[in-house]
Design a protein around this ligand. Structure first.
Ligand code: SF4
Length: 491
């Protein structure tokens, strides 16, 4: 019996962004072809993978603690293979083996194709020795050598690892060349490289054939996409047009945008292409020019204001979300108040607000002291969150009494938790459960309905809200042939 005849049990834990979720999906797809099945128990698994994130210290601590716990599991099961993939693998490399000597291999973000081989070699080795598959550092060669060492890995898909069966991520570029001073991504994901539009269009067609209706195009700075194919330069607006008419695809979104690359042609494409969602995630990061300059973000608050003005003027009812860092090096109270002002001025749909955490190997670590104490960071973080929540709730309340079109994703988080508690539902319990989906402006919407509606588009009347959620009742849902049918209000 060969090794491939076994059904190996794979446990994979993923932290970080959507790019990591996609990487995990693709690695799992490759391993399934070699006969692996997924398990949610690290104890049962014979292969354990951690797909890691280095953007914040907290995410790294979480992984090192999880690896620490595995030391004893591994001691009792010496055959288990343990691998670390992703950003930490690229950034920390040998440090991982020093801190967790029971790790068998590390595979950086540009080396994911190597993982099946690394597992196989580890398993068949007579004596375990650490293996490393990583790409070049940003100073370890010419730009093309470094770029060549980061491979975009997009060959296979695994429907079970997707957010839902009808939603999929599609990577359109890897890496980043912006070098913001606080960020590890240019090191962990290498130089900016866009994928050929024909490859992306093929992938979208394959996914549509598998029943995918909503595509999220991914890139660290997705609107910096540029690729020349057959003599034609494709920017993101051209790519959107190219994939727009793919049969079966109903919605297209793209994340994350870089403010300086938010060109008018892209805004016009979002306005004119019916399947493009009216939603843009464009991180401002800070409301003070001195801080933005220390962050080396490459734009001023005034540039961002101008971009927001163009978005509002071009795409009516477009929602915009942002990211903010609080407590960055040298942030004064006055500077913090400028971030608060930016929140008030732009009324983002939501903002991801993070306390600055210094990262090894970044310019900020070398150039600026991390001089805002933790309690001040926490207080400023809470102030920003409170203000954003107030704004989100006020703006969400304007939807009350109106209707929104929702792609139904399935039972809401609270319904899923409730179902887990009710292991044996009461006989005669109604079929309706709380469902969740997203509107065309990316707002989370919950309403009662039958779980079989997952994957369909429904019209929902909104009658209440919180800062994060619209709450409503279903009015109609679309049927396959494109007309609408009235659904009873489900009990
Ligand atoms: S744009 Fe800046 S923050 Fe975003 S990934 Fe690139 S370096 Fe990091």
């Amino acid at each position: 019996m060969t090794d491939q005849d076994h059904n190996h049990q794979l446990y994979i834990e993923t932290v970080g962004c959507q790019m990591n979720m996609l990487d995990s999906e693709l690695v799992v797809a490759a391993l399934r072809r070699d006969g692996y099945v997924l398990t949610d128990s690290p104890k049962q698994a014979d292969t354990i993978l951690f797909n890691t994130c280095s953007v914040r210290e907290h995410a790294e601590h979480k992984i090192y603690s999880a690896l620490g716990r595995l030391k004893y599991v591994r001691r009792n099961n010496p055959q288990k293979v343990i691998g670390v993939m992703g950003c930490m693998a690229q950034k920390d490399q040998d440090l991982i083996f020093r801190r967790a000597p029971h790790v068998d291999f590390v595979a950086g973000t540009g080396q994911l194709a190597e993982i099946p081989r690394l597992i196989q070699e580890t398993r068949s080795a007579e004596k375990r020795a650490p293996h490393k598959a990583v790409s070049l550092g940003r100073r370890d060669g010419s730009v093309s050598e470094i770029a060549g060492s980061f491979q975009s890995y997009d060959p296979l898909r695994d429907p079970e690892m997707r957010p839902t069966p009808f939603q999929a991520f599609v990577r359109i570029m890897i890496g980043c060349d912006k070098f913001c001073t606080y960020c590890v991504v240019p090191t962990t994901r290498g130089p900016e490289q866009s994928r050929p539009p024909s490859q992306i269009a093929n992938e979208v067609s394959v996914l549509a054939g598998q029943g995918v209706k909503e595509i999220t195009l991914l890139g660290q700075t997705v609107n910096s996409y540029r690729h020349t194919e057959n003599g034609q330069l494709y920017q993101l607006s051209d790519l959107l047009e190219r994939i727009h008419d793919t049969d079966g695809i109903e919605r297209i979104r793209f994340v994350t945008n870089y403010p300086k690359d938010m060109t008018d042609d892209l805004l016009q494409a979002v306005r004119d292409l019916p399947k493009a969602l009216r939603y843009l995630h464009v991180p401002l990061q800070h409301g003070c020019n001195e801080v933005l300059s220390r962050m080396k973000r490459g734009y001023t608050v005034e540039d961002y204001d101008d971009m927001m003005h163009r978005i509002r003027a071009t795409i009516p009812n477009c929602s915009v979300s942002s990211d903010f860092i609080v407590g960055f090096c040298g942030e004064t109270e006055q500077a913090h108040q400028k971030s608060m002002k930016a929140l008030r001025d732009h009324r983002f749909k939501n903002s991801f607000i993070f306390k600055y955490s210094e990262r090894d190997g970044t310019k900020a670590e070398r150039l600026f002291p991390d001089d805002v104490d933790d309690s001040t960071k926490r207080r400023r973080n809470n102030e920003m969150l409170d203000l954003q929540n107030r704004i989100s709730e006020e703006d969400n309340s304007e939807f009350i009494g109106g209707k929104v079109r929702v792609l139904v994703e399935g039972p809401s988080k609270s319904a899923t938790k409730q179902a887990a508690r009710d292991a044996e539902p009461m006989p005669g319990k109604p079929l309706a459960t709380q469902l969740a989906g997203r509107s065309e402006c990316d707002r989370i919407v919950v309403f009662d309905g039958n779980p079989r509606l997952a994957g369909s588009t429904a019209e929902v009347e909104v009658h209440d809200c919180t800062g994060t959620t619209l709450i409503g009742s279903i009015v109609t849902r679309e049927v396959q042939h494109g007309s609408t049918e009235l659904l009873p209000i489900l009990s």
